[in-house]
Design a protein. Structure first.
Lengths: 533, 172
């Protein structure tokens, strides 16, 4: 593992996927980003590491790690996590700073703004300095991730501040403000459209409404219990998050889970993928005024969730993945039930696929709507399912297959049109592929234990988890205290692919008409909660 | 084309299931619920859903209420786009401080008599997120709540049962 032109000592983290860790100095911070970009690599996540906690009794004994800024990149070789130690305050009141990366990876901009709000670290030279997650509801000089989790100070509620949206001027230009309470049953966020007639000139998003202090809460929970919280970062991806967190914890504890547990996790992950794709395929039909599609797909989704309840005990499979494995095994009858369901669902989806494909009215709405060209997708870092629909051919299950994907040759679904139709097509392809994977998993799953003990380490450690959820890749970076610190979670960053994809939606809608926004938005189906944390 | 659609509809048949029992005698449950709604409201029960910081798990299950199995509109219940058209607010999530103002405004915009139902563990008691610099916790810390539906997330049938209980309490 290396970055061209940089002499870095990488430490391999024990995880089923290739993840390396290295410390960098300020001069290498931006050079590394540029080198990754030139290699065709991507920015996976950007976050502030543990920042010296105010009023912390442990601060004197040297146990608190120095403040740092972290970035994770992906190249064909794997993921690497770079940590930049930040210099101690030069003088009182001077904030901690690091070089801006938004010029190299535009997706970094919002992540840097979030780090400024939560940890009080600032990107030097960044163009956009507006707060992102702090809407004024708590004081601007209160940085929640700097607080000692045992002695959280009471925080006075303050008035929400007016957000300076970018204003578009011109003859006949007017604004439509939508949200945070939306018309449908969806999460809250604000969209500011600048339009002429029906055409959208510009969309600006303001998110952060569901910010609920998830990352501070992480540091208050015991590492073995925190999987429950990780599974609630974004409810639609609960399996993927629980797996990514458990992978990070097992990596930090040098635990290798039993093989059967990995197979059961993958089985649940593929079932979660299908459940979400079925829901989205129906909802996209509905947003194009094809109510038949919603009725049919929502019925299939309900069947699917009911089987999950029967076999795994929860409709969304929440809390089924636990540190060390999974919480219960499946028996022969349950295996048969899941197999029969694959057999029942596949021909139905095939029929609906043929109907969607041949429906001229539907295709007229889908095709060319919300187009993101492959060049734009690559420039802005579009990732996951939406990325694959714009020729960004990355899928962790294919790029770095781990148990059980290493024996399955997962076929990656890609498309080059980058429009709503392409995102529909990729979902159909992934449903069929996941059905194939589930069948193979049910057939070939090895026998054995499904849970092993996880022993928390004596020394402070770090671990990382990286999982291809249905929306895209999730990344979890975990820094764990040693036994003398009660193995406290020093920092746990949970990264959702929505961070990368929300800004691209602002581009996808340009030049389209306002009534197509719900359809285009749904075709991305990004998480608010996963981004707001 | 249309032939394929019709064929699929015919093959699927009617999948709707009986409405949940809410503690009264079983007979003619659905018809009685509908009649009760009409007696109270003189029209369908209209609901505005407000997510005040949920993880979106509750939204998935509320959305599932719209699938053919639960036949929500057949009971005379529908989701509307504006609080001004709503009889009942269905609120999810530990109320985030960033959503507190929006929730209060939504409540104020809902005409009297109004009902508020808190859905999910977070809305009922703050859930795993609790109260912090970023959240106010349970919905009743911010606006009056008539009925709570615990669960993480509660399944659609529990949500439907909670909605019906809230309405029955008003009629009783």
């Amino acid at each position: 593992m290396r970055i061209p032109g940089l002499d870095l000592e990488f430490e391999a983290l024990p995880a089923p996927v290739p993840i390396w860790y290295a410390q960098v100095i300020p001069e290498q911070w931006e050079a590394a980003a540029i080198a990754v970009r030139e290699e065709g690599g991507r920015l996976l996540a950007l976050w502030a590491g543990p920042v010296g906690q105010a009023d912390n009794s442990q601060a004197d004994n040297g146990q608190v790690p120095p403040p740092s800024m972290c970035a994770a990149y992906v190249t064909l070789e794997g993921a690497f996590w770079l940590s930049l130690p930040l210099a101690p305050l030069a003088q009182i009141g001077r904030p901690l700073v690091y070089p801006d990366l938004a010029g190299v990876f535009p997706a970094a901009a919002r992540m840097q703004r979030a780090a400024a709000d939560l940890s009080g670290v600032h990107a030097l030279g960044a163009a956009d300095l507006r707060p992102w997650l702090n809407h004024g509801a708590w004081p601007a000089d209160h940085f929640p991730l700097q607080q000692n989790p045992d002695k959280l100070p009471p925080v006075a509620a303050t008035e929400l501040v007016n957000y300076p949206f970018v204003h578009v001027d011109g003859d006949g230009v007017h604004e439509i403000a939508v949200g945070p309470v939306h018309a449908g049953i969806i999460e809250p966020g604000h969209f500011r459209f600048s339009i002429v007639g029906e055409k959208v000139l510009r969309l600006e998003q303001r998110l952060g409404y569901t910010h609920k202090g998830t990352e501070q809460r992480m540091t208050q929970l015991a590492p073995l219990q925190a999987a429950r919280l990780a599974g609630r970062v974004s409810g639609d991806s609960t399996v993927a998050y629980a797996w990514a967190y458990c992978m990070a914890l097992e990596s930090a504890c040098q635990t290798t889970i039993p093989e059967r547990a990995a197979w059961l996790r993958a089985l649940m992950l593929e079932r979660e993928r299908i459940a979400n794709h079925l829901g989205d395929l129906g909802a996209m039909g509905n947003d194009a005024a094809f109510a038949f599609g919603l009725a049919q797909f929502s019925r299939l989704r309900e069947d699917w969730l009911r089987a999950s309840k029967t076999v795994f005990g929860h409709r969304l499979m929440m809390d089924c993945i636990v540190p060390g494995g999974v919480n219960s095994d499946i028996d022969r009858a349950q295996r048969d039930l899941l197999m029969q369901q694959c057999d029942a669902v596949e021909p139905e989806v095939r029929t609906l696929f043929n109907i969607y494909e041949a429906h001229a009215g539907l295709q007229d709405r889908f095709m060319t709507a919300g187009r993101v060209t492959p060049a734009l997708a690559s420039q802005l870092g579009l990732t996951g399912l939406a990325g694959r629909a714009s020729s960004q051919a990355w899928d962790l299950r294919c790029d770095h297959p781990f148990v059980p994907y290493n024996s399955m040759e997962v076929a990656m679904a890609t498309h080059h049109n980058g429009d709503v139709a392409a995102r529909v097509q990729v979902r159909f392809d992934e449903v069929f592929e996941s059905l194939r994977l589930i069948r193979r998993m049910l057939d070939e799953m090895p026998a054995g234990d499904v849970l092993c003990p996880v022993v928390l380490p004596q020394q402070p450690t770090r671990g990382a988890g990286w999982v291809e959820g249905w929306r895209g890749e999730l990344f979890v970076a975990l820094e764990l205290g040693g036994a003398d610190q009660a193995n406290r979670i020093q920092r746990c960053h949970l990264h959702d692919p929505s961070w990368q994809n929300w800004p691209v939606l602002e581009h996808a809608i340009m030049g389209n008409i306002v009534p197509d926004f719900p359809l285009i938005n749904k075709s991305f189906n990004l998480s608010y909660s996963g981004q707001d944390l | 084309m249309i032939w394929k659609v019709v064929k699929q509809i015919a093959k699927t048949g009617i999948r709707s299931e009986a409405a949940p029992d809410i503690g009264a005698d079983e007979a003619a449950q659905a018809a009685r619920i509908q009649q009760e709604l009409l007696d109270i409201l003189g029209q369908a029960l209209t609901i505005r859903e407000v997510d005040t910081g949920s993880c979106n798990g509750c939204e998935l299950e509320i959305n599932a209420l719209g699938n053919p199995y639960y036949n929500l509109e057949g009971l005379g219940i529908k989701f509307v786009a504006s609080p001004r058209h709503a009889d009942l607010l269905l609120v999810t999530g530990p109320v985030s401080r960033n959503m507190e103002t929006a929730l209060k405004r939504t409540y104020d915009a809902t005409p009297e008599p109004k009902l508020v139902v808190a859905v999910g563990d977070c809305a009922c008691d703050g859930g795993i997120f609790g109260e912090s610099y970023a959240t106010r916790g349970r919905v009743s810390n911010v606006i009056p709540v008539d009925e709570v539906i615990p669960g993480c997330p509660p399944p659609p049938l529990e949500i439907l049962r909670g909605i019906l209980k809230a309405v029955r309490r008003r009629v009783a």
